[in-house]
Design a protein around this ligand. Structure first.
Ligand SMILES: [Cu+2]
Length: 121
């Protein structure tokens, strides 16, 4: 009698673990988002790629300097597109409709500022 209950319990526990495991693996499926930034040169590219690589949930970051678009592959259960845009802003760059953080932008080298005049190009 008692043994039957224990077996039933362990079957239920097993089923619960299976269900949560499948939910867990669904949650972890990475997504990729493209965000328009105000990057202007290869230094900006390095700054954004390295800065974003340490953000929570970020798996891969590639910035195309010509289009200024950064492609970020991230774990949607750990971060959100809004958080990613905010993180880019904190590096001193615009991210879609999120304007660059003023203090961070002020610290950028002159050549990396979005309104800098690039005579050498
Ligand atoms: Cu730059």
């Amino acid at each position: 009698m008692k043994k039957g209950i224990v077996t039933l319990c362990s079957i239920m526990l097993f089923a619960f673990m299976l269900a949560s495991a499948s939910a867990f693996s669904q949650e972890k499926k990475p997504e990729t988002i493209k965000i328009k930034t105000s990057a202007v040169c290869d230094m900006c590219k390095d700054r954004i790629e390295q800065g974003m690589a340490f953000e929570k949930g970020v798996k891969n970051v590639v910035l195309d300097v010509d289009t200024k678009i950064v492609s970020i592959t991230y774990n949607p259960s750990k971060t959100t597109p809004d958080d990613l845009r905010k993180a880019i802003s904190k590096l001193g760059y615009d991210a879609d409709n999120v304007v660059a953080d003023k203090a961070a932008y002020a610290k950028l080298p002159a050549c990396c500022k979005k309104d800098a005049v690039h005579k050498h190009k």
